[in-house]
Design a protein around this ligand. Structure first.
Ligand code: PMP
Length: 352
């Protein structure tokens, strides 16, 4: 650390993303990417834009706002785009939480805590139930804004729409931020509720169900006044935050409905297949509505399993801290990739 760093950032621990090996040696099941390439239309859209990279991208991101809004029958004025939904989260946290703090579960997306440290936001940590589900009643007495991933990150467990609405209605003076990074794999989006409630913000990403993690595109939905506040922050920090190739890649991917459905259905079906086989080998598997599974097995350490899978060319994720240290998180790949993963697990258990 240099002597120039702001004192308040001295204790900052940056977010540690899953490994991204560049040698492509591994079957990558560690960062919840799609195992499928982007829709065919995406390559065409990118090639078309490449020729005008001498020009800045549209700072209003009109094409992206319009395509994202159309997903839920919303107006363009209800959308703010991000360079990945991580950036949307940063804009939202900066816009609304600095003076109020935020509450989120003890097991959730680690980036929320990192953003709090980076921006000096007070956090209230609310434990999940014993079975790792969220009880919205636990938030009834919370007066600061609430941030939930739904389905939750690291568990995959999803709250039904009625529970999200209950949370929003518990306190209309408090903002509720719902991070729907994984919603397409089994949940029902609450995005249409922004028409009814001005204290709801919904964040979504192109990185998972739409195969564009490398393009870095996300967006959030809110009532026009709240969306305008988020836009104010976005345009103050980086008005050209979404580059033109990524924006048109995203628009093309949002238009490729049949391909999207096909990819999502494959993930859902392979998720069920993988979960059943893991259970057959003695694993406890959390009920997932996301594109990953959290699994643990008595007598087999999470870290040990992670290491042994890595030795066999398969990358999964292990979180060393807290209540999930015994688990591994495995992203759902193709059926062939999951068969390789299951074979490697069988092999490892055979050694024990
Ligand atoms: N929210 C959750 C819950 C996530 O797991 C992720 C992916 N790490 C993100 C947001 C951020 O995704 P991206 O920035 O790629 O849109």
């Amino acid at each position: 650390m240099s002597r120039f760093l702001c004192a308040e950032l001295a204790a900052l621990k940056p977010y540690v993303p899953g490994e991204q090996p560049q040698d492509k040696k591994y079957i990558k099941l560690n960062t919840n990417e799609s195992p499928f390439p982007p829709a065919e239309e995406v390559a065409l859209a990118v090639a078309r834009r490449e020729k005008s990279l001498n020009l800045y991208s549209d700072p209003d991101c009109r094409a992206l706002k319009s395509a994202a809004a159309a997903l839920y029958g919303l107006d363009e004025g209800c959308v703010s785009p991000g360079n990945g939904s991580d950036e949307n989260l940063a804009h939202i946290f900066a816009a609304f939480l600095k003076d109020k703090g935020v509450a989120f579960p003890d097991v959730t997306y680690g980036f929320y805590a990192v953003l709090c440290s980076a921006l000096g936001i007070r956090r209230t940590v609310v434990p999940l139930r014993e079975d790792f589900s969220v009880d919205v009643a636990d938030y009834a007495s919370v007066t600061c804004p609430v941030c939930l991933a739904n389905p939750n990150a690291q568990t995959g467990i999803c709250l039904p729409l009625r529970d999200i609405e209950k949370l929003v209605l518990q306190n209309r003076q408090r903002l509720v931020i719902i991070d729907e990074a994984y919603i397409d794999f089994g949940g029902q989006s609450c995005a249409p509720l922004v028409k009814k409630y001005d204290n709801l913000i919904v964040v979504q990403t192109m990185s998972k169900s739409r195969s564009l993690a490398g393009a870095r595109v996300g967006f959030c939905f809110a009532c026009p006044e709240v969306a305008a506040d988020i836009e104010r922050v976005r345009c103050s920090l980086n008005p050209y935050n979404v580059n033109s190739m990524s924006m048109y890649a995203a628009v093309a991917a949002l238009g490729a409905r049949a391909y999207f459905e096909e990819c999502v259905q494959s993930v859902i079906s392979v998720r069920g297949y993988t979960a059943e086989r893991l259970k057959g080998m003695g694993f406890e598997v959390l009920p997932s509505s996301a594109n990953f599974l959290m699994a643990k097995r008595a007598g087999t350490g999470g870290h040990e399993l992670y290491e042994k899978l890595k030795e066999r060319g398969i990358l999964v994720r292990h979180f060393a801290e807290g209540r999930i240290a015994d688990f591994i998180r495995v992203s759902i790949g193709t059926r062939a990739q999951m068969d390789r993963f299951l074979g490697a697990v069988r092999d490892i258990l055979g050694e024990e």
